[in-house]
Design a protein. Sequence first.
Length: 672
Amino acid sequence: MVQRRTTTRFRARLLSLACASIVQFGLDAAQAASAPDIADPVSARVLAEFSLEELSNIEITSVSKRAERLSDAAASIFVITADDLRRSGVRSLPEALRLAPNLQVAQASASGYAISARGFNGISANKLLVLIDGRSVYTPLFSGVFWDVQDVLLEDVERIEVISGPAGTLWGVNAVNGVINVITRSAADTQGGLMAAGAGNRDNGVAVRYGGKLGTNGSYRVYAKHFDRFSTRTEDGDRKDDAWHKRQAGFRTDWRDAGDTLTVHGNAYDGAEGQPLPGSVVIGGLPLPLDTISISGANVTARWNRALEGGSNVTLQAYLDRTKRTVPPSFSETLTIVDLQFQHALRPIGMHALVWGAEYRHGWDRVRNATFLTAAFGPPPRPFFGFLPEKLEQKWWSVFAQDEMTLREDLRLTLGARVERNDYTGTEFLPSLRLAWKFAPEHLLWTAASRTVRAPSRLDRDVFVPASPPFLLAGGPDVRSEVAKVYELGYRGQPTDRISYSVTAFHAVYDHLRTQEIAPSGTFLIFANEMEGRSSGLEMWGSYQATTNWRLSGGLSTLRERLRLKAGSTDTAGLRAQEGRDPAHSWLLRSSLNLPLRTELDATVRRVAALSDPSVPAYTAVDVRLGWKPRPDVELSITGHNLFDSGHAEFGDPATRTEVRRNVFFKVVGRF
């Protein structure tokens, strides 16, 4: 109750500040009307001013680990720009990823999201690799991402590169169905101060950032942010007690001298979130309350790049990432990761442009399994759920090489392979082949074939229920890597200066997918690899510059999955659940309109097809944002989400899932 009153007072203070700001800025609006209209005083030009042709020339790095134009990238890649983030009114990284039409993003609770590309979605989705400024944030606990701890100051994001499809050659195992690469701006591009505050009927938050110079060649920035997201409700109107509170601070420094650049950045956070309904678990007649989940962590990354003579360059990167998560009554985990990477891009030699590198990753994982007495198993008290062994040290190493061959001026062939070793399955081989034909200056046709894998995690091998014999579930001692062979055909082009679009067709063949089987003894369950299948689909998106001040964009993705159990498997429930978690299609339309008096009107419509297991009806969501700059260094906006629908479900069991309801958010951003 005290926390709720504190939150209410905080919201009231934010709203009072916002209203006072409107009055003051309104008085200054007439004077400011003639001032230059810029998004950030340090930015030479904002992306909103770019033509479609210039946007197609944005440099990206995720496809080939070197800078290349988006229009030349032989992959299904969508770029979320800084201006997309600002004009959409999103407040978190998972919400920002809804802007990518080649991703499926579904909310299950206040802090829980299911995010995937090309199927296999779930709260513990494990076939999507996510990086934030070069640091991989997937956890070896389940080969997925804890989305409740992945956070950045969105005002500092330069772009988010979203690849759908395999990228194991360059990024390693677990980059099976896609890669998300979040790239923040250099400290040199975020000089001065920024304050952002907002409040609404779903959440509120505040953030502060300041950047300055370090001598003649260096720059820095520091930031801090805090947000509160309130508890959601189920479809029946029951309160879920899943409120989410988090604070985070960090820094970034950049030095540049001749051919050398050095970047060091880090973050620290802590937070708490209520566990979703049902609110208690009854085991053996004993009710177990689901207490608040606590999360905390810190990380630091250093990256050095040297440009060599003749066009070669060398990059070294190292990061340390330590996280802690306590999920009562299940477990508490402390994970420390050290990662070292080396990359050498050689100068072009004839028709060849070669890049190669190596990576070493070391992890220390400690899980404390909660202990309690249950009538079902009798004394002495023991963990009902556990990871065994509780302490585990793991090592991963890999080497890769990729050669881009210019067969003709308009034809490029890229061959690559990665060899990666893990402690569970040993050495994995990840080859790829890509062919790109630029048959006209603004038209690219490409095709690719790849083999990639999802290596086992602790959740596959080391989970036991209960955590001492006799077991009901005894891990997966023989679980193998899940394998995907993927074939793609794509086109990207700009037929006129007003229209650009991209189309990709894909077909994937999966084997050794994880299942839950009866052990040979017949007395308990184990994890195995008795599922296989195929998936195919289409991804397309494009933009149309209707007028100088009005841009329309949209995207569509379709998916058809055909999974089946191998002979002897009994995991029919797992098969139905896996096939039922992915929509057959989804689409979105966006409109960005610049109005007079520095006013912006943005609208997004999203349509997602139904899910079958558990059943989730199809839904349409409409979001609208109205933004106003009364002066160049101040922006006011109000965003309404799900405006024409009182509520809809997106993922999970009908009895406990969140009903995503209509919400409105008011935001003030000031720069100084």
